[in-house]
Design a protein around this ligand. Structure first.
Ligand code: FRU
Length: 506
């Protein structure tokens, strides 16, 4: 029925490889997304920035490649991640020029709305040595610029050298030797993962303020002593006044059901001290409890919304789409807000304009069995319902049922956890984690759970209880089969209410 796993309403790299979103910004009447790109193969290579932009957050137009490694200071690993800012009507990008033993920050500017960028002749403008003895020069990357009260600030991922109490570096990460950007097995890295805050009078002159993460009760000791980098930071103030720090720590130790991916994506609520750089953590959590989520970046829309887009993949995994000569997909843009200790994520409301062919069912009872609802099937749809687990020990929905395969989303009443099980979803996905294809999201005891699910050919995004929790993952079912949906309950009776299915037509 289909001949490609390419999603229809999510951004995906058109050819070659794509990773982190970069330079997300609303500029000149459009939302812009750049991302890490290697054009020659569907695998990581010296980085380029590919550029897409949109008027409606759903249809993205391909623009010319924005950056490629054409200067001696970036030829090894290319133009790595960074951010965008508007200054004097021009669009500026700050990115990391990554060499084998050195990561330095560079600027490029566009004066034609983002089609062509010129690299600043004074590049690199920012090196670890210029700033502080605390930054390890090999790991200083992913600058995120923002403006506050007329002053520029920048948060970047670093390895922090604790000169005072220097400890033996942790064993090197031997996980990804195929990626030259990652540590190789025989190369000892120094320091511990952290983030730094810099202050700039303009985009060219920066001074070191300090490092953000320090031992504190709300932040586990082994999260502080990280053998990796807190990559791809992002920072914004939510409409509730909550300060939100987002980052993607490499090699974060698993903590119960949380942080099960080889590299994780976390948010922290707290206070950034602009004098010392320290971030006082109030609440910390995982952004998404699924499989495929990394390096999210946000942008502020003209109406005030904070919209986040993440890489919808994970390092160290197999990429079945590489057979089609591409690898790299992105989440739906998600509106972020906060509610108490929760980060709330919702699909951008613009998606509602593309809902078609509605099918509704008020109520479906399933007693220790499974059932389909007429008209509810498909692989490019929005599906939502409320689940009352009732007496069932486990109840939920089977997606992408192609006759042989299925992907399970379920709630386990005894454990209070939502599960996402893609062990029998289609092409097997391999990865570096002990458990690659099952994830759980502890939501606690619930009599009623709301689920909103977006399917897009090979993509699943699940929003639980109004976006208090999300689970995201890719699956690769048989493309030549129709993709069915079945509601199921085990060990008792569950009720599904207000079932809604809409096709998504873009
Ligand atoms: C995160 C990351 C960044 C780096 C980029 C290189 O996924 O490792 O830290 O800038 O990818 O592509």
């Amino acid at each position: 029925m289909r001949n490609s796993y390419r999603p229809l309403y999510h951004v995906s790299v058109p050819f070659g490889w794509g990773n982190d979103p970069n330079g997300t910004i609303f500029y000149n009447g459009r939302a812009h997304l750049f991302f890490q790109h290697y054009p020659h193969k569907p695998e990581w290579g010296p980085m380029h920035w590919l550029h897409v932009s949109t008027e409606d957050l759903i249809h993205w137009d391909l623009r010319p490649v924005a950056l490629w490694p054409d200067h001696p200071y970036e030829v090894n690993n290319g133009c790595c991640s960074g951010s965008a800012v508007e200054e004097d009507g021009k669009l500026w990008l700050m990115y990391t020029a990554a060499q084998h033993m050195m990561q330095r920050q560079c600027l490029a500017v566009s004066e034609d709305g983002g089609d062509h960028f010129t690299k600043f002749e004074g590049n690199p403008i920012l090196t670890a040595e210029m700033l502080s003895g605390e930054i390890y020069e090999e790991d200083f990357r992913d600058p995120r610029i923002f403006k506050k009260d007329g002053t520029y600030y920048l948060i970047a991922g670093i390895r922090y050298l604790d000169r005072a109490e220097r400890k033996e570096p942790a064993p090197v990460n031997q996980r990804d030797v195929t990626n030259p950007h990652r540590p190789s097995p025989d190369h000892k890295k120094e320091g511990w993962g952290n983030l730094c805050l810099l202050k700039g009078s303009d985009l060219f002159h920066w001074e070191y303020v300090g490092h953000l993460l320090y031992p504190q009760p709300e932040f586990a000791e082994d999260f502080y002593r990280l053998n990796g980098v807190y990559e791809c930071p992002d920072y914004f103030v939510a409409d509730t006044g909550e300060e939100v720090l987002i980052t993607s720590p490499q090699n974060l130790p698993q903590s119960g059901d949380h942080f099960q991916n080889v590299h994780s994506t976390m948010y922290m609520f707290g206070n950034l001290d602009f004098e010392t750089g320290q971030f006082k953590v109030r609440v910390m959590g995982e952004i998404d409890a699924g499989f495929d989520i990394y390096a999210p970046q946000t942008m502020r829309m003209p109406d005030g919304r904070v919209v986040m887009i993440a890489w919808k993949e994970m390092w160290g995994r197999s990429f079945p789409t590489a057979k089609e000569e591409w690898a790299g997909t992105y989440t739906l843009p998600r509106e972020l807000s906060t509610d108490g200790d929760f980060l709330i994520q919702r699909p951008v409301r613009e998606i509602e304009k593309f809902l078609a062919n509605p099918v509704r069912a008020d109520k479906l009872e399933v007693d220790d069995s499974e059932a389909a609802v007429e008209g509810i099937f498909g692989d490019v749809i929005r599906l939502s319902f409320e689940l009352e687990p009732g007496t069932a020990s486990k109840a939920g929905v089977k997606l992408f049922c192609d006759g042989t395969h299925e992907t399970l989303i379920s709630y386990d009443r005894e454990t209070g956890k939502v599960g996402f099980d893609r062990r029998n979803s289609g092409i097997e996905i391999t990865g570096e984690e002990d458990v690659v294809n099952v994830r759980v999201c502890p939501i606690g005891p619930c009599d009623k759970i709301s689920m909103e699910i977006f399917l897009d050919v090979s993509s699943i995004e699940l929003f639980i209880n109004g976006g208090r929790y999300t689970m995201t993952g890719n699956v690769y079912p048989d493309l030549d089969q129709e993709q069915g949906i079945r509601f199921f309950a085990e060990g008792g009776k569950a009720v599904f209410r207000n079932i809604e299915k809409d096709d998504i037509e873009v």
